[in-house]
Design a protein around this ligand. Structure first.
Ligand code: ZN
Length: 220
């Protein structure tokens, strides 16, 4: 059968083709997504003295590499556990997730992974305050998933893949035969953010971007 014939007899409806504009839009959104992810990573690392001293080109390569680790872990986790719901994955891993009021008011953190007990604690008071201040239904629905996914990554780091920040060592100084190496702890959080966004398929819309900046980098 010739190609032309097969085409004629085939009754299968063709998948609607994306218009050129749609393709351009998609590429644009992807570029914005990537740019926002990188911007968030830089914010995460901004205060780290070791990171500050790196060359600009290297900083970018490093950030991209670490973001890719988070993406990769998200894709195998979904394949392995058959869900992208962080609470269901946590349950399958035997990680307890629960809410608690933070006793230390100075500790401005929305959640915590306690490695000794393999628990994820979500601080209720922090979240209530946030939800009052950041009004967005998109976010309130995702808030819990977001923090659980982040801590879940830390659990996977410790129990499965090894702590990401420990993969990278940087020379802090050298003096004759003496050299001191340092780590950049924030790299683990950069990977955790990539994991979270990738797992939840969260688009970093400007609203989500503002929110992330708010919870991660300001002290409400
Ligand atoms: Zn973290």
């Amino acid at each position: 059968m010739s190609r032309a014939n097969r085409k004629k007899t085939s009754k299968k409806p063709a998948r609607p083709k994306k218009t050129k504009e749609q393709k351009v839009m998609q590429a644009k959104e992807k570029a914005i997504y990537e740019r926002n992810r990188i911007a968030l990573a830089y914010m995460e690392l901004a205060k780290d003295k070791t990171f500050q001293k790196l060359e600009e080109d290297y900083k970018l390569d490093l950030v991209k590499e670490v973001l890719a680790i988070g993406d990769e872990v998200a894709s195998w986790v979904v394949a392995e556990y058959g869900t992208n719901d962080p609470r269901k994955i946590a349950a399958q891993l035997g990680v307890k997730v629960f809410g608690e009021d933070s006793t230390d008011k100075k500790k401005k953190t929305p959640s915590e992974y306690r490695k000794e007990k393999k628990e994820i604690v979500v601080y209720r008071d922090f979240h209530e305050k946030l939800l009052r201040e950041v009004r967005s239904t998109e976010l309130s629905e995702n808030l819990l998933k977001f923090v659980v996914a982040h801590e879940l990554f830390h659990h996977l780091e410790i129990n499965r893949i090894g702590e990401v920040y420990k993969r990278y060592k940087f020379l802090a100084w050298r003096l004759g035969p003496y050299a001191k190496e340092k780590n950049i702890r924030g790299l683990s959080d950069v990977a955790a953010q990539a994991f979270t966004l990738s797992l939840l398929e969260l688009d970093i819309s400007p609203q989500v971007f503002d929110y992330l900046t708010y919870i991660l980098y300001t002290n409400p």
